[in-house]
Design a protein around this ligand. Sequence first.
Ligand SMILES: [Zn+2]
Ligand SMILES: [Zn+2]
Length: 442
Amino acid sequence: MTNFPPPGAGDPSTARGSHPDATADGAAAAPTAPSDPTDLADPTVPTLDDVVDTGDPVIDTSNDGLDDGINRCPKCGSTDVQLRATAGELICLFCRHQWSEARLDETIENGDLTTLTGTTIGSGASDIDASVDVVMTMKCSGCGAEVVVNTAENMTARCHWCRHVLTVNEQIPNGAVPDAVLPFTITHGDAVERIRAFAGKRKLFADRAFAAEFKPENIVGVYMPYMVVDSNASADITGKGEIQTRKYTRGSGDNEETVYDADRYEVRRHVDFTVDDLTVESSAERANFDSSANTNNIINTILPFDTENAVKWNASYLTGYTSEKRDQDVAHLVPEVEDQLLSIARSQVEPSVKKFDRGVCWEVEKLDVHGTRWVSMYLPVWLYSYYHEVKGKGMVHYIAVNGRTGEVMGSVPVSHKRLLAAAVSVGGVIDAGVIALMVATS
Ligand SMILES: [Zn+2]
Ligand SMILES: [Zn+2]
């Protein structure tokens, strides 16, 4: 599995026989009046909803090597196990033995995506059962005490009697245990430096309270819930394309105007494509892009993650970090995935319509999803958040660091007065991109 860059970033997916519809090509077609495009405008476009049902095949991704309760070091048996971010591996704090869980890619059949049909779901991506409590009581196998774990916040707890670490490894149907986890490899110290540098560059314009209260030490490592989706799809898109044939001026003086003549073509394209590791948010709150109340969308700007390196679930990867529980099922995320597949289809056909120098206006788009495979995954993000109030209206600002690549993005509350003053005092020599970002997010 490889990460899928955003649409428009080159030729990301493996297109098969893209735009083979030569007869529909504008060069071949005479510039006639367009034919009725409704033959492709099927209002009953099949959606993924049609194929999602309870009988979908499920890939069992549970980690057989682990039992609920105590997670022991394979070498010495200690339960003091946690992630060592510099290595991206688990480490036993007692004997310093280091190891990794198997990559999920190696344990599930990945095969040729062009043969993917129907809907396949990882056992950790199964529908959430609302009746399953997030609070779990676990029996300590060390001393027999009963220890409570709130799976909404933690996946491990230390037994208050014998100090064994208890871990939730079983895939409980409450969305708290995903199919796979991508461990942090950016350390807390590294994230602090990156956030300090990011905020430092913007300090000149930042709201005074933000600058004064800025404490990068407050950043926390959070595993965010995502669905990672492989897809096999086709798309038919039709529209009108124009090629300029003449450009001339009419009239004179103030009445002079430029006139363009163009031939108009009906353009149809068909593309078959596969997509590997499309990454979509699976927490409703995080996917809420209401930019007047929060700046959640920032987290999506630090994509992509190297999801192909995600490993099988082991709760010890989360020790010392927090996590956010998934609350969206596959069916909820189908529209978002279809949206993304359509924009990928558009970017796939783009190179074939360059000859239409006045552009193509797509009118009808039909997506046909042949198959999808869904796995749920925790992705690592360092977060610094800051609650900022302007005229009684609260806004949460975030600076986020990709826990694998170190990519930083964030919003810093801006003082417009200071922004203007700075622009004047340095004679306008300011990175326009920086201003645009900050104004847009302030
Ligand atoms: Zn050990
Ligand atoms: Zn105990």
